[in-house]
Design a protein around this ligand. Structure first.
Ligand code: ZN
Length: 189
């Protein structure tokens, strides 16, 4: 399973792993240095393969990753973090991208808040870019949706239990999201 990690995310200790590329070490703890996929080799080297490689502009059809910054029904405002196959610095830094309730999944969504929450990391496709620069996003396809989520009560890591239900490892609260098939368990630091 792909485990997508954010810069600064705790990956493990130096007792468990050797720190590889895309990581940094502080007080014996290994953290992700880049946005990407966590990998552990057979000889226990942990590294992060950056999701950002060749230059590529954002366009309709681009696959992007972003964090939910605010929700104003019926839309969620997303701060983009990376473009698949693109360079991080090419992501428009100012302004938000928009995920409308009607673009979250197949079928009717009453409140976008029922499917994504503030702080979640989403994998989205770009549906279009308006003349004013606003980027319209969609998470309808099965591979798209929430790839990382934190408990809305205590910000603890949410583990996937069954059929799209997430359970908080800290307070036991259960939540639901429109999950990507790439949903990653958040390791506790
Ligand atoms: Zn919790």
């Amino acid at each position: 399973m792909a485990n997508i990690v954010l810069p600064g995310e705790f990956l493990g200790t130096e007792e468990e792993f050797a720190a590889g590329s895309g990581t940094r070490v502080e007080d014996g703890k290994i953290y992700a240095a880049v946005f990407g996929t966590m990998e552990v080799s057979r000889d226990k080297v942990v590294s992060v393969r950056a999701r950002v490689q060749a230059p590529k502009p954002i366009d309709a059809g681009s696959i992007v990753y972003g964090r939910v910054e605010a929700i104003f029904e019926p839309v969620a405002l997303i701060q983009l973090q990376a473009v698949e196959g693109g360079e991080a610095r090419q992501v428009p830094p100012e302004g938000y991208s928009v995920l409308h309730a009607s673009r979250v999944k197949q079928g009717y969504v009453d409140n976008v808040h029922d499917e994504v929450r503030i702080g979640d990391i989403l994998k989205c496709s770009v549906e279009g870019i308006r003349k004013d620069g606003e980027i319209g996003l969609s998470t309808k396809a099965p591979g798209l949706g929430v790839v990382k989520a934190y408990c809305s009560h205590c910000r603890g890591p949410l583990a996937l239990i069954t059929g799209g239900t997430l359970k908080c490892g800290r307070c036991g609260s259960e939540e639901r999201r429109k999950l990507s098939t790439e949903y990653s368990f958040v390791k506790q630091g």
